[in-house]
Design a binder for this molecule. Sequence first.
Ligand SMILES: NC(=O)c1ccc[n+]([C@@H]2O[C@H](COP(=O)([O-])OP(=O)(O)OC[C@H]3O[C@@H](n4cnc5c(N)ncnc54)[C@H](O)[C@@H]3O)[C@@H](O)[C@H]2O)c1
Length: 358
Amino acid sequence: MTKARIGVIGAGWWATQFHIPSLKTYEKADLAGVADVKPEKARAAADYYDLQNTYDDHRDLLAAGVDGVVIAVQHAYHYQIARDALDAGVHVLVEKPMTLTAADAWDLVERAKSNGLHLMVGYTYQFTRHAQAAREIVRSGKIGELQLVSGIYTSWVESYLRGRPQDYAEAFGFPVTGPEPDSYSDPKRAGGGQGHLQVTHPMGMALWVTGRRAVEVFALMQSYDLAVDLVDSFSYRLDNGAIGAMASTGAMRPNQRLDQGFVYAGSGGFVRQDLAGGRLEAQYNDGTSERFTDLSEDELYPAHMPSRGLVDLILGEGENLAPGEAGARVVEFLEAGYRSSISGRPIKVDSLAGGCSP
Ligand SMILES: NC(=O)c1ccc[n+]([C@@H]2O[C@H](COP(=O)([O-])OP(=O)(O)OC[C@H]3O[C@@H](n4cnc5c(N)ncnc54)[C@H](O)[C@@H]3O)[C@@H](O)[C@H]2O)c1
């Protein structure tokens, strides 16, 4: 096989601004078609990018014969579509958050494994050289035993969470379409707000860099007058005993400087990873340190890479930088966090087995 045949499911904002053009311009990909339950959206994407085949049912796209699919629909629909694809023997890139419940996420991991299929989650930071270097340092033990993971993630998504995506039309450009007004504001479609939409990114990073799993999570969340959470704070314990803190708000504005990053601290030193500023450094207790070349603007958020990563995996090349297991560990962290914010108590991740919706 020299090219992978890929279908795109969901012809909304993210698929039409990033996944479709990325696949269309990748010489190893053959873009087989696009499916959307709203036929006019699939047609608009097909017209804009000059694609032949459109479908209004993802099962027809799967039956048309594809090697892999990119699933970019609202959060609540990720699980069923990914499951249908894996059951049809098709490799999957599913957007973040992988699913809304731990039970669904681990089910997808199992299905992929038993069918011998690749399962990726739409995380982007993992494709940066800094993320890979941070992972190497933390996992190799160069900072000793991991003791603390401290993260901050501020972003501007409040208008999405309020159902007013048009507020960001100028900032994003939206070549074909912006998100549906209720994709991120209606809990029935989105699950939660800042947690499921944004905290999934930094926790995708932290759990992947450390290779750890959260065992216990306590969260405080504020929704103000929104139907979903806008401001979140998580305290958690990892499976090696390290503790973590993650604070996040979606209330920034497009012209404001963002704080997005981590300190990973261990018994032998620490790593400081600045996602928004593109900086990475490590200091060790023996007095040595490392400073990595800053990321350029273009390298900060390589949104075209995940779909190409799926193509590479199908062709037997490269590493799965955002594997299903890592996505599932984030889903269980978030489910425990949402449950904690409702109950006012810390939630053990083990207690989620059999999982219900947050
Ligand atoms: N990785 C990132 O940085 C990033 C950024 C933005 C969005 N996303 C993710 O991408 C996904 C899509 O977000 P969006 O902003 O493009 O949403 P959107 O509202 O623009 O589009 C969702 C589309 O899915 C379609 N859809 C719903 N059910 C379907 C089904 N069963 N079959 C086919 N199509 C179906 C809808 O009609 C809609 O057109 C979300 O999971 C979101 O979190 C990821």
